[in-house]
Design a protein around this ligand. Sequence first.
Ligand SMILES: NC(=O)c1ccc[n+]([C@@H]2O[C@H](COP(=O)([O-])OP(=O)(O)OC[C@H]3O[C@@H](n4cnc5c(N)ncnc54)[C@H](OP(=O)(O)O)[C@@H]3O)[C@@H](O)[C@H]2O)c1
Length: 171
Amino acid sequence: MESNTEKLDLAIVVAADLNNGIGHKNQLLCHLPDDLKYFKKLTSGSVVLMGRKTFESIGRPLPNRRNIVLSKSNFNAAGIEVFSSLEAALEILRQDAVTKVFIIGGAQLYTQYLTLVDVVYLTRIHAEFEADAFFPQLDNDTWVCRETTLHEADDKHAYSFSFETYQKITQ
Ligand SMILES: NC(=O)c1ccc[n+]([C@@H]2O[C@H](COP(=O)([O-])OP(=O)(O)OC[C@H]3O[C@@H](n4cnc5c(N)ncnc54)[C@H](OP(=O)(O)O)[C@@H]3O)[C@@H](O)[C@H]2O)c1
């Protein structure tokens, strides 16, 4: 089969608190409806790639998206495609001429693949929570924040937060 040489862009989407906490007991830290809308708008029609625990936490495939789940066990579920490595997943996605993949968590995937992505869509929640899953620190020598939009707390959002877009600095 002819291989697709078009570049496949990887981006991360994550919501983290002031300590880079992202989850506790396999759940998100808080409910922010406008962040979920932002996530939906960003990823709809695209490919989302997640770890098995994140998929189990969500509990169903995300609609209107191709759901790719990484697992080394015999895990499977309706509406998802399971791969035992990122390389195996990307090989199939390239064959299918996919050019953009959003890595949507959790901590294990973020930690392993941060070095491979060019853009991080980080929702910074302006609060501190008890957490057992964390996002790696974005270091200032490698990442620059290109855009930030503040969302104030309101009757639907207990905390204020910012939509931040980080771009990898190319040397
Ligand atoms: N705030 C956010 O934006 C956000 C987003 C997503 C998730 N979360 C939170 O993050 C937490 C879950 O993160 P987590 O780190 O515990 O789990 P995870 O990254 O979602 O999933 C880990 C699992 O993925 C599989 N896996 C990981 N690396 C792999 C690789 N290289 N190849 C094949 N399979 C691989 C393994 O599954 P097997 O054990 O089946 O082999 C592993 O146990 C939850 O609290 C969740 O709510 C937060």
